[in-house]
Design a protein around this ligand. Structure first.
Ligand code: ADP
Length: 450
């Protein structure tokens, strides 16, 4: 096992990894920008190294600075968290070239899944059902219109390199196509340096259901059920739960096995998430994330496992502790993402936390890097914490969420806490009868958000 690992991230996810390392008796190294000298991950790690100025480009995304930090501290492996360099195949290659270990999948798997066209093609060949759409990339508006006519509108044009909800545009008719096509292409180019796009049928009432998979890199893989992440704003998740309220045990076992078998086939190593849209009892693959997800704690809650510990173990060459037979679902878990944002328009609201009180009690987990007096820097993502609750069933988890939100105090900045109080009062949230468009409509009606 490693003696020391470096965490190439910040915020709550850096703490998450440091905590797992400490429980395993592994030393931890935090890296940070000059804007994060006082950050909780720096305080909590055994050692820390400043790797650059506030801009992520020159700190959390600086591969040379991170490799140098490993060399200075003697860290043997790097955990990337999510975001930043977590899905950068080049980073993985460089880590290996320096004789270090990347805690995550191989560069090759990251490369294949990082390009959505190649990912879809690969999954289709592995027997995973996909959203109907173009075979590969679409090069011109004319070709896009021809496909639109064949498939029937609405369709969605997606940048193959897209992520974080960027590079996706819906065309509702042939008239819309030119604008949607060119915008998706331009967003792909400006955000990801790649203007290749493809087309999919736009599903009108699906849920977002994603399957957690885990492999040992030696041909064994398991699934840890699904998460329903349908409550989204601008294609970004805000509320996630497991198990999915609309998925039966039979459906879970069937799609779970398809995913686990596909991962076993490609010798996948570590944690991964296979994302689907689910409509009328059918699953349609949209993309795979080759890393730990923000919402992984809901899966940990219902299965009673530590996914980060398992990631570190398999990266060190140890066997996976999971077996499919031993993975049993217990109860229901819900996560809400707390952002430093001001409602109704979700404008970023960085600043100093004058008072912070985390909720506690049975079935409550608060993953956050906040503390009293901490100043949230304006340079990074606005996620400031995740509140995760676990109950014996969905109604208990929901009432526990309401109780925990009531205890939570984050003063000094604006947050999205009021959104969740309001959502809990909604019948659709209480019954679990929502789809990926429900929240957008609700926000438009209730907050005037568009
Ligand atoms: P990203 O990589 O940016 O997260 P995804 O491909 O994972 O993009 O899609 C994110 C979200 O966009 C989905 O959860 C869903 O809400 C919406 N979406 C993507 N593809 C489709 C589709 N074919 N039909 C309807 N909605 C879609």
């Amino acid at each position: 096992m490693f003696k020391k690992i470096l965490v190439a991230n910040r915020g709550e996810i850096a703490l998450r990894v440091i905590r797992a390392a400490r429980e395993m008796g592994i030393g931890s190294v935090a890296v940070h920008s000059t804007a994060d000298s006082d950050a909780m991950h720096v305080r909590m790690a055994d050692e820390s190294v400043c790797i650059g100025p506030p801009s992520s480009q020159h700190s959390y995304l600086s591969i040379p600075a991170i490799i140098a930090a490993c060399e200075i501290t003697g860290a043997e492996a790097i955990h990337p968290g999510y975001g930043f360099l977590s899905e950068n195949a080049n980073f993985v290659q460089i880590i290996q070239d320096h004789g270090l270990t990347f805690i995550g999948p191989t560069a090759e798997h990251i490369r294949v899944m990082g390009d959505k066209i190649t990912a879809k093609d690969t999954m289709k060949k592995l027997g995973v059902p996909c959203v109907p759409g173009s075979e590969g990339g679409v090069g011109s508006v004319e070709e896009a219109r021809k496909l639109g006519a064949e498939m029937g509108y609405p369709v969605i044009i997606k940048a193959t390199a897209g992520g974080g909800g960027k590079g996706m545009k819906v065309a509702t008719s042939a008239d819309d196509m030119e604008k949607a096509f060119l915008t998706a292409r331009a967003e792909g180019k400006s955000n990801f340096g790649n203007d290749e796009v493809y087309i999919e049928k736009y599903l009108t009432t699906p849920r977002h259901i994603e399957i957690q998979v885990f492999g040992d890199g030696k041909g064994r893989a398991v699934h840890l059920g699904e998460r329903d992440c349908s409550l989204q704003r601008r294609h970004q998740k805000v509320f996630e739960e497991a198990p999915g309220p609309a998925i039966s045990p039979e459906e879970r076992a069937r799609i779970g096995k398809t995913c686990a078998d596909a991962m076993a086939d490609i010798n996948y190593i570590g944690a991964g998430t296979i994302e689907f849209l689910y409509e009328n009892g059918e699953f349609y693959f949209i993309e795979m994330n080759t890393r730990l997800q923000v919402e992984h704690p809901v899966t940990e809650g219902i299965f009673g496992v530590d996914l980060v510990r398992e990631q570190i173990r398999v990266a060190a060459g140890l066997p996976m502790e999971f077996t499919q037979e031993n993975l049993k679902i217990n109860g229901h878990a819900i996560e809400v993402r707390l952002n430093a944002e001001k409602l109704p328009d979700f404008r970023p609201s960085p600043g100093r936390i004058s008072q912070y009180h985390a909720p506690g009690g049975l079935g409550v987990r608060m993953d956050s890097a906040l503390y009293d007096g901490y100043s949230i820097p304006p340079y990074y993502d606005s996620l400031i914490g995740k509140l995760i609750v676990h109950g014996r069933d969905r109604p208990e988890a929901l009432s526990r969420l309401g109780r925990a939100l009531g205890e939570l105090i984050i003063d000094g900045i604006d947050t999205t806490i009021p959104l969740f109080h309001a959502l809990l009062a909604e019948e659709a949230v209480q019954t679990g009868e929502y789809n990926i468009h429900w929240l957008e409509h609700w926000l438009e009606t209730n907050l005037g958000d568009s």
